[in-house]
Write a new protein. Structure first.
Length: 150
């Protein structure tokens, strides 16, 4: 569950981009942010993921504060960015194993998950190639696999 409690964020002193936001997204719910430019959609997502800190309030991911317990909170979710251009020199299998290490996925579990996910997303046969050789769609697929491998 994601719980946003009284969160505010300012970029310019006195002008709040986010003002006292309260939101609860329960496990299993699918939620999207819609709104005009400058409405605070990206700022909110950056605060949920810990890229930005709120000026006020707190954000809890499965009960873990993203500001007070960032490592524990970040272990609770996966994030797929718009532009999946990270770690391009790694082979796909190296990238997935690296992220599985970060999420502390045991070796026996990780092997099964990597095989299952990459076959489902039809990138299993490309795991020994460098990510820079992947198409944009393949890069997005491997980032999705990485985000749900935990």
């Amino acid at each position: 569950m994601i719980k946003i409690e009284n969160v505010s964020k300012s970029y310019v002193k006195g002008k709040k981009s986010i003002d006292d936001l309260n939101l609860e997204i329960r496990n299993g719910e699918i939620f999207g942010f819609l709104g005009p430019n400058g409405a605070g959609k990206t700022t909110t997502i950056k605060m949920i993921t810990g890229i930005l800190n709120p000026d006020e309030g707190d954000i809890l991911i499965d009960g873990k504060s993203i500001t007070k317990e960032p490592l524990e909170a970040k272990k609770q979710f996966g994030f797929v960015p718009d532009s999946p251009d990270m770690f391009l020199k790694l082979k796909g299998i190296e990238y997935l194993n690296f992220l599985a290490d970060i999420y502390e996925v045991p070796n026996d579990v990780r092997k099964e998950r990597i095989e299952s996910l990459t076959k489902k997303f039809e990138i299993y046969d490309d795991l020994n190639s460098e990510i820079e050789s992947y198409s944009h769609g393949m890069r997005q697929k491997i980032v999705i696999c990485r985000s749900i491998i935990k």
